[in-house]
Design a protein around this ligand. Structure first.
Ligand code: SF4
Length: 233
């Protein structure tokens, strides 16, 4: 498994205290990405599944407050085969598992039986606009979201808000989500930040990405109107 960063984090990458692995490689190229060093699949450090599994088992005492292990990225599902293997092992050990994904993997459902908590991005309701800013459309993301609404597994949808890129029409997000049974789903807004800006080797393309307080308030108001459950982590 290729990993570019790993370490503990509390509450932000799934419940409780978690050992978080950032897997190398991403199929999207979001212009606001704060981990551009994780995009190219040809990077990171190689670990065997056994090494990761041993590390997780040794860390078990630290998984307090409902914690466990999270695989994020880059895009964790690019290393599907290895991810499936380690998730199965962790599940057998009864270690709580979580993945954070951009939702573009058509094989996501193969991983679901071994995931306790799923965090998935939903960056734009309009496929063409999403493609313009990330290189990938939203057809598979929507399909995964809709499939995930059909089971009882916890689903946590994260919407990164980037001023003007996806903040003009909160109703369009809410209208789409409310067409499905979201009783297993919570939504979270992540407002734009520039923590990763200096890591970009090419020109950083986001201009004025910070989201005004009124915009965030509007999103909150609209999601409340549509009875979509909001959380902050
Ligand atoms: S999906 Fe996430 S990791 Fe991939 S480019 Fe976009 S922000 Fe970066």
């Amino acid at each position: 498994m290729k990993i570019f960063q790993k370490g503990f984090n509390f509450g932000q990458d799934g419940p409780g205290n978690r050992l978080v692995y950032h897997l190398q490689g991403c199929n999207m190229a979001c212009i606001w990405c704060s981990n551009p060093e994780g995009m190219n699949i040809n990077g990171g450090k190689e670990y065997t599944i056994q090494e990761i599994f041993d590390e997780c088992k040794q860390s078990r005492m630290l998984f307090f407050s409902g914690g466990g292990v999270t695989f994020t990225g880059g895009e964790a599902t690019l290393q599907h085969k290895e991810l499936l293997e380690i998730l199965k092992l962790l599940k057998e050990e009864k270690i709580h598992t979580c993945i954070e994904t951009n939702g573009t993997s058509p094989k996501l459902k193969e991983l679901l039986p071994f995931i306790d908590y799923l965090i998935m991005d939903f960056k734009h309701y309009d496929s063409d606009i999403l493609k313009k800013y990330t290189g990938v459309g939203n057809e598979v993301i929507k399909n995964n979201f809709e499939e995930n609404c059909k089971n009882e597994r916890q689903q946590h949808i994260r919407i990164p808000l980037i001023n003007r890129i996806n903040t003009d029409a909160p109703e369009e997000f809410a209208k789409y989500f409310s067409r499905f049974d979201t009783s297993n789903t919570v939504f979270e807004f992540l407002t734009y930040h520039e923590y990763g800006k200096e890591k970009w080797k090419t020109q950083y393309k986001v201009k004025d990405g910070f989201v005004p307080r009124e915009t965030l308030n509007k999103f909150t108001e609209v999601f409340n109107e549509y009875n979509l459950k909001l959380i902050t982590t």
